[in-house]
Design a protein around this ligand. Structure first.
Ligand code: ZN
Length: 260
């Protein structure tokens, strides 16, 4: 059996500002995360599969997230910790992304209180998820590999370095409720452009459908026709010839079928 000190290289931050900082989330470190965990160490030694063998400063929460994880590379463990953080604080992160200060002022006391608390926790959680680690030294070798890529969100060419700002912009500039925009963003493969386009296409479609129904109803009454028949025929005409407006299609129906 190997001892912990033989196997693992202590990771130390290069900058004083990161001493005692959790490498995974930036909180105060009170534990060490072993990469890989001690109970998986023998496996990596025996199989010679790639493993970092780092002793990483970690906060209590990240330490517990990673306790039973068997990944042996620092980058993999960063991913696991971030995933756990994002999952655990999902609700608060959502509140932080969706609400802004002036909207909260309008809420009643109880709700204001809980949304405020969510905002604070959500903001902190976002920062922890986005924390990019720090430059460190292990066994006398300096490392400045960062495993967290700063995600950039683009809305029709305009760039935002966090989801919250992008959402705010999408909401204001394209007049889409934030919750709806998040839903569409997720549905459309995390792409704001297609999410926004699909929202407006659906909206246009709804307006057109309403107009179609209104015009067809008037037509059906005037010419004593069945409404469903009129609507189906108009839709058919319009698909066959995309240049037709509803008025033109109704004229066509009148001339070709009803008049005789
Ligand atoms: Zn942490």
């Amino acid at each position: 059996m190997h001892s912990e000190t033989d196997l693992y290289r202590q990771m130390s931050a290069l900058d004083a500002e990161h001493f005692n900082t959790c490498f995974y989330c930036g909180c105060i470190a009170t534990e060490y995360d072993l990469v890989p965990g001690i109970k998986h160490a023998e496996f990596y030694l025996r199989t010679r599969e790639e493993a970092d063998f780092y002793k990483v400063p970690a906060c209590r929460e990240c330490f517990y997230f990673l306790k039973d994880d068997n990944s042996a590379l620092l980058g993999q463990r960063v991913d696991v910790a971030k995933r756990c953080l994002a999952r655990k604080y999902k609700k608060a992160i959502r509140i932080y992304e969706v609400w802004n200060i002036d909207e909260i002022d309008e809420l009643d006391y109880q709700l204001k209180h809980s949304v405020n608390a969510g905002m604070i926790l959500g903001k902190e959680s976002c920062q922890r998820v986005a924390f990019t680690g720090f430059d460190y030294e292990a066994d006398g070798v300096k490392h400045s590999t960062h495993f967290v890529k700063n995600e950039v969100f683009v809305i029709f060419g305009e760039k935002f370095d966090n989801f919250r700002d992008a959402l705010e912009h999408g909401h204001k500039a394209y007049r889409i409720p934030k919750a709806k925009l998040i839903e569409l963003f997720t549905e459309h493969n995390h792409c704001f452009d297609t999410a926004i386009n699909s929202f407006h296409e659906k909206l246009t479609r709804k307006i057109l459908d309403k107009n179609l129904k209104r015009q067809c109803t008037a037509f059906a009454l005037k010419h004593k026709q069945n409404l469903k028949f009129v609507m189906r025929t108009i839709e058919l005409y319009c698909t066959q010839d995309q240049r037709l407006t509803y008025d033109m299609a109704l004229d066509k129906l009148y001339l070709e079928i009803i008049r005789d």
